[in-house]
Design a protein around this ligand. Structure first.
Ligand code: NAD
Ligand code: ZN
Length: 361
């Protein structure tokens, strides 16, 4: 299965299916003429690096392997320094390509390294987490963290291809898999009512990681994301709908201490809160809110935030606000399949929502 992200001269294909890491014909058209560096992490490399290395060598490529420690802690400028140092030592020129083999962390680092190395070289995304397949590998947001803020150093830089080998999801830990599902559910909510209904009917097959079901959810998610990115590549406006659940979600991640929740888990709670807020503002019906809650719960995702003073959450929403130019911006729902961006939500309603979805002590 293949899709295309339509961005004029920067357009690229997304290939989705089993066994693709071994399929040299998917890689060949996306590679620049020179050598290739595979960038991966210490969990993924032992599982899939050899197969990708073999595929690239079968295309006559010189291949350099760069393996970073797994985890968000690697998303630093020091990793960019490490990668560029290895590329320079190996004599890689502007005709090289980088292959990001891993989850969103590796994709974001490798993409940014590709944007910066000699002012820009080709790169391919080979995502191995569900989150990376449905979200981070598509759309060209790349970057690393600064001690003062997440994703604060980066660039918009599109890959030459996204190659999602669904077989790699076999080894993904259950919690990581479920976490990715909350972003999948998000696409149904913001723009794809039919997909949301499909998820309600097929959650068992999805949770069992049935190949056909996986291909379908990745295909729908990428198509929905690509549509938004095509219309607003650099987040002038519309692209913000992809942040449904993220205003609450980021506050939950920060207030509970990073690492307590995986990103997708915090987003699941955030989406449940956004649905509640939408219902309080009479944008959606209670029956719709109930369906959203039920689907998140059915996907094994958390539905309640830790019990903390509301002011803790509000404080972190203010931090988000600074990052967004002065307004706490909420993405709300006007129905299942339709998102709206709004800057003016009564604070009392936000507080009621937070209180309604915190754990009891
Ligand atoms: P991750 O890359 O850290 O991967 C999660 C864990 O799974 C890691 O320990 C990894 O080593 C392991 N892993 C990866 N693939 C595996 C596999 N197939 N089998 C076994 N283990 C495997 O995390 P993630 O959730 O993929 O990505 C999160 C990152 O993505 C964050 O840094 C976030 O900021 C970023 N992100 C970026 C965008 C974007 O548009 N660029 C969008 C959303 C998230
Ligand atoms: Zn997200």
């Amino acid at each position: 299965q293949s899709l295309r992200v339509d961005l004029g001269s920067r357009s690229y294909p997304i290939h989705i299916g089993p066994g693709l890491i071994g399929d040299k014909d998917r890689f060949a058209p996306a590679l620049a003429p020179g050598p290739v560096a595979i960038i991966s992490d210490s969990n993924v490399a032992p599982l899939y690096l050899e197969a990708l290395d073999k595929t690239l060598r079968s295309l006559g490529k010189t291949v350099l392997n760069i393996i970073l420690p797994a985890g968000e802690g690697s998303k630093t400028l020091a990793s960019i320094q490490e990668i560029t140092g290895q590329l320079l030592s190996a004599g890689f020129g502007r005709d090289c390509s980088l292959c990001a083999l891993g989850g969103g962390v590796i994709g974001d680092i490798a993409g940014f390294a590709a944007a910066a190395y000699q002012r820009g070289v080709a790169y391919l995304q080979v995502p191995t987490t569900l989150l990376a397949m449905v979200d981070s590998s598509v759309g060209g947001k790349t970057g690393v963290n600064h001690p003062l803020g997440k994703n604060m150093i980066g660039a918009f830089y599109q890959p030459r291809a996204v190659i999602a080998d669904t077989d790699t999801l076999d080894t993904l830990p259950e919690r990581e898999f479920r976490s990715g599902l909350s972003e999948v559910i998000k696409y149904g909510l913001i723009s794809d009512q039919g997909f949301f209904s499909w998820l309600e009917d097929h959650m068992d097959a999805v949770m069992a990681r049935d190949t056909a079901a996986l291909m379908h959810i990745i295909e729908r998610s990428c198509a929905d994301k690509a549509e938004v990115v095509t219309r607003d590549e650099q987040e002038g406006g519309l692209r913000a709908i992809l942040n449904l659940g993220h205003t609450f979600g980021h506050a939950i991640e920060a207030a509970s201490g990073y690492g307590t929740f995986l990103h997708g888990e915090a987003v699941a709670i955030g989406i449940i809160m956004a649905a509640d807020l939408s219902r309080r503002l009479d944008l959606i019906r209670e029956s719709e809110q109930d369906r959203i809650y039920a689907l998140m719960e059915g996907a094994g995702l958390p539905t309640l935030a830790p019990r903390l003073p509301v002011t803790e959450y509000l404080r972190f929403m203010q931090v988000d606000k600074k990052a967004q130019g002065g307004q706490v911006r909420f993405i709300l729902l006007r129905g299942i399949g339709e998102a709206v961006i709004t800057g003016d939500v009564p604070p009392a309603a936000v507080i009621q929502t937070l209180n309604a979805f915190m754990e009891n002590e």
